[in-house]
Design a protein around this ligand. Structure first.
Ligand SMILES: Cc1cc2nc3c(=O)[nH]c(=O)nc-3n(C[C@H](O)[C@H](O)[C@H](O)COP(=O)(O)OP(=O)(O)OC[C@H]3O[C@@H](n4cnc5c(N)ncnc54)[C@H](O)[C@@H]3O)c2cc1C
Length: 425
């Protein structure tokens, strides 16, 4: 962007909102952060760009929790209990006996919203964080833009759970993206859903001449198919080589994903003779990786392999390093099966603090980690644990009126454990 003409843009906006803890992004990390901060007694506002909460889990159609789902902390337990109340999640089985736990993502959106409202979290939907006002390294206001236009949100503490570290970047702190060698990110995937129909109702949905037909199985992109309820399937297709943090690249990814969906659907209807009709497609492509913060500590692949422990541990990862080649649309893992397995490992609180920040945290898939360490820690139970810890810490700092680095990190660890997080490795 350096060579493009630039303009300077000033605008006066009302400070419409004030709270103790402002959370940006209502994915699993942001929801967990907001729930935890509210439980600590903070006045919390949660800002989400879409009209529904849940992020990848709902808007992205990712309807399974990977890794261990017990001992993730009170926020995640509340989510599981809510799904259980609606009979919308598979029974518990420990990891690695069970690799994942399926749930109904439409019900999840309702559960998350109701949990937030029960704790008096103020929700701002259809609202984006677009900028930050910073004074002497301290974020004073977030500039949000929703249907009412740009407005300021003043808070004592800020938590970035946008998945792309958008607030951290706007506030001027360092971020990185992708693998160190070339910046390529873990591939995106599109989730879509088909319903099974009787033979008499089945028909090919894709007219000739719109998309190049796929004729051979080996020409399919990586395609994963599993049951979605008694009469349907969830289908995931891999869409590599795009950049989630670039407007044009993400737009191109969305366009290509829907084209690929029609090609894959056509292949299964026409060549494999499946009695499937397209039911719905996730409104947004699933994004595994965007920008990550550069934190006070960067979680390394060696930390995972060693099952390292930390005095300021606030979360535990259990899942294997699930990294598919970023430059190939086939099912090609970066590591062998043996290399990908890691023992349980801890994540220190410092991974949530952007380097040099005083009242700003980041949680979820934009936390501070090496690319391959993220490939394990990005799963939803672990993102929820990080979110819960960020919410607890931000509420504590707001209550004590102090900067995040002035907190006693062992106190955060203690509260995280009291709230049901199992950090045992
Ligand atoms: C295809 C795919 C399959 C996966 N499979 C699994 C699986 O089976 N099991 C598992 O546990 N994990 C899985 N994962 C990983 C997991 O889904 C994600 O890593 C996790 O959901 C990330 O949660 P998050 O809250 O950090 O980010 P997200 O879920 O991405 O949430 C970020 C939120 O921030 C919002 N946002 C972004 N920018 C702004 C802004 N400017 N203003 C306001 N809001 C904003 C977004 O709309 C979104 O709601 C998968 C991921 C993908 C993409």
């Amino acid at each position: 962007m350096k060579n493009l003409p630039h303009i300077v843009w000033h605008r006066e906006v009302p400070v419409r909102y004030e709270c103790d803890v402002a959370v940006f992004g209502a994915g699993i990390a942001g929801v967990s952060a907001a729930l935890a901060a509210a439980l600590s007694g903070a006045r919390v506002i949660l800002v989400e760009q879409f009209g529904v909460v849940g992020g990848n889990a709902t808007v992205g159609g990712v309807a399974a929790f990977c890794g261990e789902t017990r001992g993730q902390g009170e926020a995640f337990d509340a989510i599981i209990d809510g799904l259980n109340a609606f009979h919308a999640i598979e029974p518990y089985r420990p990891y690695p006996e069970a690799d994942h736990r399926l749930f109904n993502h439409e019900i999840l959106a309702v559960v998350l919203q109701e949990l937030l409202l029960r704790r008096n979290v103020k929700l701002l939907l259809h609202t984006q964080i677009v900028d930050a006002r910073v004074n002497c390294g301290r974020v004073t206001e977030g500039i949000v833009s929703g249907p009412s236009g740009p407005e300021a949100l003043r808070a004592k503490q800020f938590i970035d759970c946008t998945g792309e570290a958008k607030l951290v970047r706007r506030a001027g702190f360092e971020t990185v993206k992708g693998r160190a060698s070339d910046g390529l990110q873990l591939p995106m995937s599109l989730m879509f859903f088909v319903r099974h129909v009787e033979e008499k109702d089945a028909h090919a949905q894709v007219p000739g001449g719109w998309f190049e037909p796929i004729r051979r199985e080996e020409d399919l992109p990586m395609t994963s198919i599993w049951p979605n309820g008694p009469r349907g399937n969830a289908i995931k297709i891999k869409i590599p080589m795009f950049d989630a943090s670039d407007t044009e690249s993400l737009t191109a990814a969305e366009i290509q994903a829907r084209r690929r969906m029609m090609q894959v659907l056509d292949y299964y209807q026409r060549v494999k003779k499946e009695l499937w009709l397209l039911d719905h497609c996730s409104p947004r492509i699933g994004i595994r990786e965007g920008r990550r913060i550069v934190g006070e500590y960067i979680l390394t692949i060696e930390d995972l392999r060693a099952g390292r422990t930390f005095d300021d541990a606030i979360a535990r990862g259990t899942y294997y390093i699930d990294a598919h080649k970023p430059d190939d649309d086939k099912r090609v893992s970066v590591l062998s099966k043996e290399e990908a397995i890691v023992p349980p490992y801890q994540i220190p609180f410092r991974c949530l603090i952007p380097k040099g920040a005083s009242n700003l945290l980041a949680a979820g898939r934009c936390f501070s980690a090496e690319h391959l360490a993220l490939a394990s820690a990005r799963v939803m139970p672990t993102c929820s644990m990080m979110g819960q810890a960020a919410g607890i810490a931000a509420a504590l700092a707001a209550k004590k009126n102090c900067a995040i680095p002035d907190l006693d990190y062992t106190e955060i660890k203690k509260i995280v454990c009291e709230r049901g997080a199992n950090l045992q490795v």
